[in-house]
Design a protein around this ligand. Structure first.
Ligand code: GLV
Ligand code: MG
Length: 312
């Protein structure tokens, strides 16, 4: 299901308010791996219904190259969810890859969305299963249920952390999401990141970090993005095209790491196939099957980001 976009890179996931024709027109010109057109929190309640047609028009008429294209709909506890799906998925055509569900709290919400999408796809003449799902974890309840949520539908492609709503949900004393949320004597983020990452990876999903709101401070963005990159996250939201450029760098392996991973694979193949040994020295490091798995993941990630091995 959702084969086109499932394994495409999502280092930078650019958010665009669906009510703004101006921002919608600019979105495809940004260098971002993914664009999502928002019907949720960046759209005012009295613009929600009108934004649906703007988003459909943008999907159908703008040139989106091969980036992942997604629409964030409104959560099930609002009056807009089913209308968002019927109007947007029903009319956008096959270029729309996914919908993003905000504030997911239970597996049942994802299952209900899967069933609704199946009906809408049939009526719109789309192959059943064409539309993938991204689920945002933004509440304490969602985090507690994240394992069931990640296993709830084969349509799921990513699990996404939403730090702003999440901070509100757990009562963190912050008024914005910037690098300082990771400071202090103890923060809940190691628990949150690890829990979301395990649930996502156990179900073969990409795992994405959410927005950084101090949008002009690109150094602080880089610092903060490095934290989730080092956990193993695949990418992070961008609120501006400049943020996307930083994230494309942070979530790609360096050329040095990419080349070293290839060299490890060469050395391991030589050891196992020519010399018949399972563990071998690579410089001053011992490598074995597990090292080859790590190297393979960097090679795959680098290729997904368009990298090529430096010629020897
Ligand atoms: C994103 O939706 C967030 O709440 O951080
Ligand atoms: Mg949110």
């Amino acid at each position: 299901m959702s084969e086109r976009s499932r394994s495409l890179p999502r280092r930078s996931c650019l958010s665009t308010p669906g009510s703004s024709d101006r921002f919608l027109a600019k979105a495809p010109t940004a260098t971002a791996d993914m664009s999502f057109l928002d019907l949720e929190d960046s759209v005012a309640p009295n613009e929600k219904v009108a934004a649906r047609a703007k988003v459909v028009n943008a999907i159908r008429t703008l040139e989106w190259d091969d980036r992942v294209l997604c629409v964030r709909i409104n959560a099930w506890d609002t009056p807009w969810t089913y209308g968002d799906v019927i109007e947007v998925v029903g009319n956008a055509g096959s270029r729309l890859d996914e919908i993003m569900m905000p504030k997911v709290q239970s597996a049942a919400e994802v299952i209900a969305m899967d069933l609704l999408l199946t009906q809408v796809e049939k009526n719109a003449g789309l192959p059943v299963g064409h539309i993938g799902i991204e689920a945002q974890i933004e509440t304490a309840r969602g985090l507690i249920n994240v394992e069931e949520i990640c296993a709830a539908s084969p349509r799921l492609e990513t699990i996404v952390f939403g730090p702003a709503d999440f901070s509100a949900s757990i009562g963190m004393p912050v008024t914005t999401i910037d690098e300082t949320i990771h400071h202090g004597p103890s923060t809940p983020f190691s628990y949150i990141f690890a829990k979301i990452l395990m649930a996502g990876r156990a179900n073969g999903l990409q795992v994405i970090d959410g927005p950084f709101l101090k949008v002009r401070d690109l150094d602080a963005l880089r610092f903060t993005a490095n934290i989730s990159y080092n956990y193993g996250f695949d990418g992070k939201w961008a609120l501006t095209p400049d943020q996307a450029l930083v994230l494309n760098e942070v979530y790609s392996p360096s050329q040095e790491l990419f080349d070293k991973s290839y060299a490890i694979l060469d050395a391991y193949e030589f050891a196992t196939e020519q010399k018949g040994t399972g563990a071998v020295m690579f410089g001053d490091e011992m490598i074995d099957e597990a090292s080859a798995k790590i190297a393979n993941s960097f090679v795959a990630r680098g290729h997904r980001s368009g990298m090529a091995r430096t010629p020897k």
